[in-house]
Every structure is written in C-alpha cells, then in structure tokens.
Design a protein around this ligand. Sequence first.
Ligand SMILES: *Cc1c(COP(=O)(O)O)cnc(C)c1O
Length: 386
Amino acid sequence: MKFETRALHIGEEPNLSEGGSGDVVSPIHLTSTFARNKIDEPPKGYEYSRSANPTRDALEKRLASLENGKYGIAFASGLAATATVILSLMKAGDHMIAFDDLYGGTRRLFTMLFKENFNIDVSYVDARKAENIADAVKGKTRLIWLETPTNPLLKMCDIRSIASIAWDKKIFLAVDNTFMTPYFQLPLDLGADLVVHSTTKYLNGHSDSVGGAVVTSDDHIHDKIRFNQNAAGAILSPFDSYMILRGTKTLSLRMERHEKNALAIARYLENHDKIERVFYPGLESHPQHQLAKKQMSGYGGMVSFELKTDLERARAFVEGLKLFTLAESLGCVESLVELPALMTHSSIPPEEREKTGIKDSLIRTSVGIENIDDLLDDLTQSLKAI
Ligand SMILES: *Cc1c(COP(=O)(O)O)cnc(C)c1O
C-alpha cells in the first residue's frame, strides 16, 4: 500500500470477527486496567494501560508503517520520547554528538539535565559537513542526534553520509523527523537507527494535542525503549492516541498545502526590500537546495527570515501580524509566527545563538493551510507598518 492509503488503514482495521463490533475508527480505550479469567491468561496481552493500550497500539502500528519501520512507540510528548531514548541508549560518562542548531528544548534537555546531572558528554557540531561529525567521534561516543532541516535556520545534513559514519564506528544514529514528517523524508530508509517525533506538530496537525513518538526497526533498540517507557512511564494517553490517528489521515493533504503556501511566501519575502535573507530549502538560493532535492520529496512548511532591522522592530513586525498567530509551536493548520531570540531559543546564551546564526531579527513562521492571498496580505501590511 502507498503512503496515503497506509495513513488511513494501518492500525485501524475493523474487527469483523465474532464479538468484534466492526468499528471503522479505533475506539478510545479509556480503561486503566484489563480483567482476566485466570492469573496466567491476560486478555490479548493487555494488563495495564501504562504497559500497553489498544488505542495506543493502533497509533504505534500506524506510525511505524508511515516511517517504514517495524516498531512505533508513542510518548506523552516529543521531549518525553527524546529523554527515554537517551535513558535507553546512554550511560553516565558516555558521549554523544548533536547538530548545533537543534530544537531549543532538546538542547536544554541534553545540556541542563543529561550533561549537568548525569555526566553525559555532548558535542554540538555543524553537521552540514559530515566530516565534522566524524571528527567529533571519541572512544565513548554512543549516539549521534540530528534534526534536518533544523530549527529555526533550516540547515540540513546528509543523513545517508552520516549514517555510514555511524555504521562504521558502531554508533547509534537518531533523527528528529518532526519538520519533514515521513511524508517528505524517511530517515530509516537513509540508514538511521531510530526516528523521533514531536507528534504535537504536523502528525497531529491541529494544535490540540501534545505527544511524541519513536520509530525503529531494530529489535534490541525497541526492546530497551519499550521496557524503559513502561519503567519510567512517559506514555501517550488513549485520547491523544486517537487524536493523532485522526491527524495522520490528512497528513499528505496538509503537507502538500503547507508546502505550496510556504514556497509562495518564501518567494514573496525573497523579493521584498525590507527582508535581508530567507531560509527555505525549496528556494534555489538555499545553500543546500541540491541536498534537499535529493534527500526529501518536498520542502515542508517552515520558513524563517531576517528583517533588515533590529530586535524592537522585529518585535513590532510579529506583533503587527493579524492572521499569523504569535505563538510557539509549529506544524498546525493555522499559520504561526515567533521571534526565536525572545521565545523558542531564549534559553540558549546570546553568544551561542549568535554563533549558530540566530540573529535578533530572525523570524520563524510555520505556514498554515489558509488561502495564500490572505497570508501574503497580512505579511505585506505588517512589513509596511515597520
Ligand atoms: C516541538 C519539538 C520537539 C519537542 O516536542 P514536544 O512535543 O514539545 O515535547 C522536538 N523536536 C522538534 C523539532 C520540535 O519541533
């Protein structure tokens, strides 16, 4: 089955056998526990909903299928998924390598929690050059953590090249695929060991659920993460599992529209005289446009740009937008805008921010699926006002 078909049918096959009710949509199994006839015979393997739940199972099957993986594991948030991966693959004293332009919360988790409290050493490198990853490998390097394209500068790294370095040195490779979704990018097919998601973003897509996921085809990695998820407890609720199942059904349609609108906005901004630079992988001017064409089947809905002005006018610009909602988060049907220096990336020290290229006048937009004319009108009026 092709992607769009799997997004509708995998995990939600109607139960037409005797006693089955034939539900077309997976019921929300709110039960916390499962009765059994005999001590040694838990019904269908379910015992307690922290360990497994039928609605969560349905979602996990679907996510695994969409990422071309064997196992999906659904978490309470993207960061719960990330934290459980680190707890499962790393020990105190181990070393990991991460892209230096990560989601702010991921970096906070790695540095302020795992590094400070648990002595897990992290090197942040510019992964646009795969050699930088190879150069950072030490004796105790266990894991490489990538995002591509990154947040908020839309930098990319070559998953296939880095996977071959990881394979060579027997290091795990994890890719946060939140920005592209499996509709546009399949990291497992390119050699990654595991894919991580904040389902809060495109997979759910409607700004009404927080969740996360890990997908892998490796039995050993799966067993460890599954065991630790149950041990530490960061599971996704049955209700949110249902929400994300529903979200995935329209993922392909939404991603197509996100991309169409994002490309139109990127081209408009690129030709505007108050704009210094536009970051979008679909623009020919993006320094890694060729890699984007090779590695992804689309360019996504995230567009960042620098205004030719200072922080205060950048603030006035985002506050002057009427249709773009001023909010953190991304990947939902409505368009969002934010100022990384004061919002999502404010926990990164200013010198570090400057070093990775996050200027004070950098604006990040998550382009929604509204009519493009209305979005362009809104950008025009707020640019005019500053
Ligand atoms: C939002 C996000 C996360 C964190 O996910 P939560 O669901 O907010 O915990 C991780 N990575 C990326 C790329 C994100 O956008």
